[in-house]
Design a protein around this ligand. Sequence first.
Ligand code: ADP
Ligand code: MG
Length: 238
Amino acid sequence: MTTSVSDRQATPETAGSGELRLDDVSLTLGDGDAAVTALDHVDLSVAPGEFVAVVGPSGSGKSSLLAVAGGLQRPTSGTVRVAGAELTGLSDKQRTAARRHHVGFVFQQSNLLASLTVLEQLLLPLHIDGRLDTAARTRAAELIDAVGLTHRTASRPHQLSGGERQRAGLARALMTSPAVLLVDEPTSALDRVRSAEAVRLIAEQTHERGTATVMVTHETAIMDAADRVHEMVDGRLS
Ligand code: ADP
Ligand code: MG
């Protein structure tokens, strides 16, 4: 289940400055009377190989933080750097490209496609891009092994447990060797033991592959595996 391969190492440009860096980021959603301050002057820096957990109640801005950090959403103000690129200065097209190259997302629901096997879930994006070669297949097999799903390679989502689906989602997110890994409430569908296992696996993969990882959750019981824990309240990070 382990690998000695380190996919990514700190480069001189990014070492020390953080592979993921948010400076004075605010996000307002909606307008007029309905306007909500989802993020309120957030600063966050995450180094390669660092596993940061953000814990906060529902509605505190955790998913907004990941959307902005991963370039899914432009902040109202502030800057976001991913793997040395300043996302807020890019066009939508450039930002999408940066996200696809440098960011891996794992969502609460694993968002696996019902008709595809575990292996096919990992290969689909490369297939669409016309880049499905032997190296990609080798990498997919290695990742499936790394998350302990070798025996499930040919299984479809309905044949998997909740924990296995979450692990397949993690393997899929790692296919592009992302600099930044963003994980939203990975354990909400899992029991306590499976939750602890899932978080340990994310920690292990973060350290082995050198991703700058942010996991957000409202569950405080599963924070032990994190290198650093922040609290989020009403869009403010402390
Ligand atoms: P969390 O993930 O911690 O539950 P969110 O980031 O989803 O928090 O939401 C933060 C705040 O922003 C909440 O008050 C939520 O109601 C609000 N919000 C989220 N999405 C939207 C939206 N599209 N339009 C307006 N308000 C939103
Ligand atoms: Mg959320």
